[in-house]
Design a protein. Structure first.
Length: 460
């Protein structure tokens, strides 16, 4: 579904479809009656929000038990922006608990199903939002991306997933995960819509001190698929680690297409030792920041409060009951990394390694227009064979390379690239900070090559 196809009854219709689909997909936490609050680029557009976006007067659970009764008293900045532009919010979507996960199996309301195969995961943590777009119910849904939580589910569901530059979209009112890595992102079905949506969402917000003053361009008007002379780097470490033949074949075809359009394509290898360090470095930083950010989830100020005879007992009981096992495990890791004796040895060291990775990547990327690689090693895994234990320190660069977009803050997009055994596979493109126009232009060319704009799966 495209933005431009929306008409006056689209929101009502979309709500009906979403409700019906939810019986099979299990991707929605709360349905919302559509209301028109403004007029602009999103006129008549039904919108789904990830359930970590604060909505005034509307339940916002982040798919976490401790927040299962939390009704915010204010809107996130992006909610006001969407509504001012004419968008109509019709649902809050399921996610991995507190956005900590990549499967959507950890949501309080249970697993979200992939519309291409109901036995498969949607991917996460923005799985509910991804599936709302991929199933053709809405043209646009909000997600958040701390490690790849928009770009990975986009790949598993055959749609476009955008994570702009750090600071490009205000995070005010988004329940945080890891402040130095969190980005607001979004899903849609084509590059033109992706460009238009950034015009609506981006911009300085005084309520978010990390938001940028950088001018917001008319990306959709300037969209241009002429990529002659654009230098695109192929991420060799990732390609070498992928064994799925369909992924490699679709990727190679795409690269041929880019060359035919006049792009200069070069292979690039990053330091192997640093690539191996991506995942452990990410987990230390993300879990440490999450532990600090979520120290306010005590049951005292808001959310589920359990009975106790002292404040300590209330907090201990509420926190013990209020979080899933995988979250507690992450808090243990985070607390360990932040403990006074360990801070230098663990947390600061992870920050230093992050810096080395960023320097290595930026040295090469800043001399080019983009870095490209498959967004996943294959199609969406089966629900039954997927583990929620993601604490592995194996060499998984092929599955985790998109974290680089969060380490660097660079804009990064996933687009559909092809299929493997009927399941969608995506390609990921990362560009230089605030070069979203370049990112959309190259993406526009990619879309022409693959012919995979506006692919949704309505029958499942
Ligand atoms: N899967 C990663 C994690 O569990 C990324 C999550 C995200 O981007 N929110 O931390």
């Amino acid at each position: 579904m495209r933005l431009q196809d929306c008409t006056t009854n689209s929101a009502t219709l979309a709500l009906e479809i979403l409700k019906k689909n939810n019986e099979k997909l299990n991707n929605i936490v709360t349905f919302v009656e559509p209301t028109i609050k403004g007029e602009g680029k999103l006129n008549n557009v039904p919108v789904v929000l990830k359930d970590n976006v604060n909505t005034k007067g509307i339940l916002t659970t982040a798919s976490c038990k401790i927040l299962d009764n939390y009704v915010p008293v204010y809107n996130a900045t992006i909610v006001d922006k969407i509504e001012k532009a004419g968008g109509q919010i019709i649902a809050k979507a399921s996610m991995d608990e507190l956005a900590m996960g990549g499967t959507n199996l950890t949501a309080l309301t249970g697993p979200v199903k992939n519309p291409y195969d109901l036995n498969r995961i949607s991917g996460g943590s923005s799985g509910g939002s991804a599936v709302a777009v991929a199933s053709g119910a809405v043209p646009f849904a909000i997600g958040s991306d701390t490690g790849d939580s928009v770009r990975k589910p986009a790949s598993f569901n055959g749609i476009v997933g955008v994570k702009p530059t750090y600071g490009r979209i205000s995070r005010y009112g988004i329940i945080p995960y890891s402040s130095s890595l969190d980005h607001v992102g979004y899903f849609c079905t084509n590059v033109k819509d992706a460009a238009t949506l950034l015009e609506v969402l981006a911009g300085r917000d005084d309520n978010d001190m990390t938001s940028s003053f950088e001018e917001v361009k008319e990306y959709s008007k300037e969209l241009n698929s002429d990529i002659k002379g654009k230098k695109i780097l192929v991420f060799s470490n990732v390609i070498e680690a992928i064994s799925n033949k369909d992924v490699i074949e679709s990727f190679n075809n795409l690269i041929e297409g880019l060359k035919k359009k006049g792009a200069i394509v070069e292979n690039v290898s990053f330091d192997e030792k640093l690539m191996r360090a991506i995942l452990p470095t990410y987990y230390i930083i993300a879990n440490a920041e999450a532990t600090a950010n979520h120290s306010n989830l005590t049951g005292l100020l808001f959310g589920e409060r359990l009975e106790g005879s002292s404040i300590d007992e209330i907090m201990i009981k509420s926190r013990s009951e209020g979080f899933g096992p995988w979250i507690k495990k992450r808090f243990v890791i985070g607390s360990y990394a932040l403990k006074e004796d360990n801070q230098e040895r663990v947390f600061r060291k992870a920050q230093k390694i992050r810096r080395l990775i960023v320097e290595d990547v930026m040295k090469k990327l800043s001399d080019a227009d983009g870095l490209i690689a498959p967004a996943a090693t294959g199609g969406a895994p089966l629900i039954n064979s997927t583990s929620t234990n993601q604490m592995s320190d194996e060499y998984l660069v092929a599955d985790n390379h998109m974290v680089i977009g969060n380490f660097t803050g660079c804009p990064s997009i996933t687009l559909p690239m092809g299929y493997t055994e009927g399941l969608p596979i995506g390609v990921n493109l990362t560009c230089n900070p605030f070069k979203e126009q370049t990112m959309f232009d190259i993406s526009f060319a990619i879309e022409e090559i693959t012919g995979l704009a506006d692919k949704v799966k309505e029958d499942f």
